[in-house]
Unconditional design. Structure first.
Length: 101
């Protein structure tokens, strides 16, 4: 896993842990009613935000996904072209490449 993926997973884990603590009524800082409402609102925003962030980003866990990400980055940087990848796939898969689409 790359560093960015780990950071996103840790942030999500902390948001989930915070929500679990909230469910059981434990907050690390004692608060009055207004502060508690602000804390709950912040907790909800943090949970929704980290969940969306984790879902939006491309988290490559498998070896195949990591390889494809490297190919994509090479294409974006101009070190590799889509045509070269397609010709390579045609050479490896032959007529079966049409089944991939």
């Amino acid at each position: 896993m790359d560093k960015k993926t780990i950071i996103r997973l840790v942030a999500l884990g902390l948001a989930i842990l915070n929500m679990i603590f909230g469910i059981f009524g434990w907050t690390p800082i004692p608060m009055d009613g207004t502060a508690e409402a602000i804390y709950e609102a912040f907790s909800i925003v943090a949970m929704v935000g980290t969940s969306i962030w984790n879902m939006w980003k491309n988290n490559n866990f498998t070896a195949a996904a990591k390889l494809v990400q490297k190919i994509l980055e090479a294409i974006k940087k101009g070190k590799l072209t889509v045509e070269i990848v397609e010709k390579w796939l045609e050479g490896v898969l032959g007529e079966d490449i049409e089944k991939l689409e």
